[in-house]
Design a protein around this ligand. Structure first.
Ligand code: SF4
Length: 382
């Protein structure tokens, strides 16, 4: 069966945020049209090599997809429609958008092109914190983006938030949460700041120029997020993700359930026919490869059964519903107990996971020490 999900990467941004280590390049002077042509060629290759069937989810991420000009966005959506025309009845089509690059015209083009979910990079509702992390939008732009999207008719909006930012206090987080709740997005992703090598923050951190909240403050921010969103009717369904009932991200669940997906574009990852692959990261070399009719893959790995079982546990445990025992047994012909019995026992003793009737789940403690849980499943298949 071909994958039922597609990820497409648009690697351009109007600026570079100080914490960003994604495959994202400053838009100025980039060969955007040539990149899009290369992307269409990659779609052609995939539709020949592994012809798609019905698609459940499509996701255009970045970078900032909304930096594309209206005509470029229209062409991109048309090309996607040609390559992946068959869509399921509850099809989810998400586009990531940054508030500074959103216009009503562009949102209308997205709506007309079949997009039914927008994920806005808001991060925080404090202007000084937005500036501190190198974002170029203000709070007004977030509010206008959401307002316009609603006016155009989008009924499924997500906001990304960050916590643990330099100079951020628990009170700041509380205020941001009130503003977020007032905006009423259907979905929220809340990630703590990670200092990644090669970023501006990495160098500032090395030079002791970054004042970060303490671990304790960060813990309080996370607990505050969980409690306040719960009170406001949101359900935490994954370690970092919250939604109103019925609005979980279908696309992200594909990743967490270890299902396959096409990944297209520079630096994109994919998982097709049992092979996980990563595309090359340089824009020019991506374009050249596709101009020559070659696939732009940098590395690929045929996933072994053992690795797949590990991934199934590690990714699945991120979901609060946990790893379904029946799904595991159907997929691998063995029970979780047969394969990981001793790991499960040892994590249960530490009160990090719970063995429920239908699933294995993280406990409250496990939610805070997820990395310890995930590491225990690595290379431990017997
Ligand atoms: S907008 Fe997103 S992808 Fe672009 S630089 Fe900022 S964090 Fe990176």
């Amino acid at each position: 069966m071909p994958p039922r999900s597609v990820y497409i990467h648009i690697p351009f941004c109007s600026h570079k945020c100080y914490y960003c280590d994604f495959t994202a390049y400053h838009l100025d002077g980039q060969p955007v049209d040539a990149y899009l042509s290369a992307l269409y060629e990659e779609m052609n290759i995939w539709t020949q090599v592994t012809p798609p069937n019905t698609i459940d989810t499509l996701y255009i991420g970045g970078g900032t997809p909304t930096v594309l000009k209206p005509h470029q966005m229209r062409q991109l959506l048309q090309a996607i429609e040609r390559a992946f025309p068959q869509r399921s009845t509850n099809f989810e089509f998400t586009v990531e958008a940054n508030p500074e690059s959103v216009s009503k015209e562009l949102l209308q083009i997205l709506m007309d092109g079949g997009v039914n979910r927008i994920s806005f990079g808001a991060q925080t509702f404090h202007p000084h914190l937005l500036r501190a992390i190198g974002r170029v939008h203000g709070v007004q732009e977030i509010l206008y983006s959401v307002k316009w999207a609603r006016e155009i008719g989008f009924s499924n909006l997500s906001l990304d938030l960050m916590f643990g930012l330099p100079g951020q206090t628990v009170e700041d987080m509380a205020e941001t949460l009130e503003q977020v709740i007032a905006v009423k997005p259907e979905h929220l992703s809340c990630y703590s700041l990670k200092i990644e090598e090669g970023t501006r923050f990495y160098f500032m951190h090395q030079q002791n120029r970054l004042t970060l909240p303490t671990d304790e403050e960060e813990y309080h921010m996370f607990q505050l997020i969980r409690e306040r969103l719960h009170q406001a009717g949101y359900r935490q369904y994954e370690i970092s993700n919250f939604s109103l009932p019925g609005y979980e991200s279908m696309h992200n669940k594909v990743y967490w359930q270890n299902d396959e997906y096409y990944g297209l574009g520079v630096g994109a990852h994919g998982y097709v026919n049992g092979v996980r692959y990563a595309n090359i990261k340089g824009i020019q070399s991506y374009i050249e490869r596709l101009e020559n009719g070659d696939r732009p893959i940098a590395e690929q790995n045929h996933v072994s059964i053992e690795e797949s079982m590990e991934n199934f546990m590690i990714l699945g445990l991120r979901l609060l519903q946990g790893v379904n025992k029946v799904r595991f047994a159907q997929r691998y012909g063995k029970s979780i107990d047969q394969v990981f019995g001793h790991v499960v026992q040892s994590l249960m003793k530490k009160k990090l996971i719970a063995d429920k009737v239908e699933s294995i789940q993280l406990t409250e403690k496990g939610l805070l020490f997820g990395n310890e849980v995930f590491a225990a499943f690595l290379s431990d298949v017997h």
